[in-house]
Design a protein around this ligand. Sequence first.
Ligand SMILES: [Zn+2]
Length: 415
Amino acid sequence: MENTLFTGVNILDCTGAEPYPGEVLVEGKRITAIARGTDKLPRDNSDVIEGGGTATLMPGLIESHAHLSIDNVDDLASIGMIPPEENTLIAMRNAAFYLDCGITSCISAAASKARMDVVIRNAINKGEIAGPRLLAASPWLTVTGGLGDMRTLHMPDISSMALMADGPEEFRRLTRELIREGVDIIKLVISGDTFVPHAPSDSTVMSEAEVAAAAEVVHAHGKRMSAHARSADSVKLAVKHGVKVIYHANFADEEAIDMLEANKDWVFVSPNIGFTATAAYEGSEWFTEEEVVELGFREELEGAAKGLQELRRRGIRILGGGDYGFFVTPHGDNAKDLGHLIKYCGFTPMEALQSMTKHGGAAMDLPNELGQIQEGFLADLLLVDGDPLAEPEVLLDRDKLIAVMKDGQFHKQSK
Ligand SMILES: [Zn+2]
């Protein structure tokens, strides 16, 4: 295989160090050598990519809460209604689009059908379709009446995107079945949500016995869990039962934050403030001023930002991206979260970038292989016309992504 040498680039390695000029050599799937300053690397058998001294080379973005099979919808019911054939095409198209946007890895946060992420992941891994490195999730598992249960008494058979289960035995069976079908991640909905009138965000709707039953099966099979956990008790249940990626955590209280801190070597928080931040301050297209106030988006954002600053202060790793694929948060806007973390949560630009690179790599269980530019790491790289540290929004402009590489192969390369 031909090697690739990037020269004349500013290397933003996302280790936390300041960018530096240099060269990066890619052989096969991996970064094999890095030169700093005016040092030169051997260029035999290499395709030489010239950055002209101004382009930035950085790791590909890692989305921690992906929904590739959801198509920018404005209601949850339509996700269940769409037939699997059409839905598969949507997921395929979004997978390729994520690479176009510089997102080279995704931790799925729920698929719309039991096998949807699994077949997309397998096709990507075989090289049959374009798409990011993907951890495949189940549809989200919810209790009767929880987020995404679209059934009513007179229409009990209506399709829901969520899979409903009640009691530990049902959670055990469903978890086993989904693992049999090949998912990497079982997604639990432990808390309520703003959009569920009878189960608001600060309520905890799954019982501990149900969480424990799913966890027992997941751990026995060496798989992983993620959880929609807004309420304080849901965060505590998630930590107690080994949920690696905790979504939202916006009502985490002191005890929950203490538990997260005590387990910070393996647990990650993905706040997914994109929807809330956009709805709170940039949402006039979708919400009237009265609705913004009534739905409490600004208070929710303020509360989440306060909690996040505390988590950050205590060294809990925060993951960026999240819940893109809905009307307020269309696919491709994922890197907006960098700006949200900086603007509303007091993150430095470097901390924000690391939430979608270095920490994402660790959350994918590849802390020494993914999400940084270091020798030996996987060559998932972006060549950017600009400086994402000074101007993170440059990553939202696909024309500024000169090259997108995954596993040492160019997905995109404009000359
Ligand atoms: Zn989600």
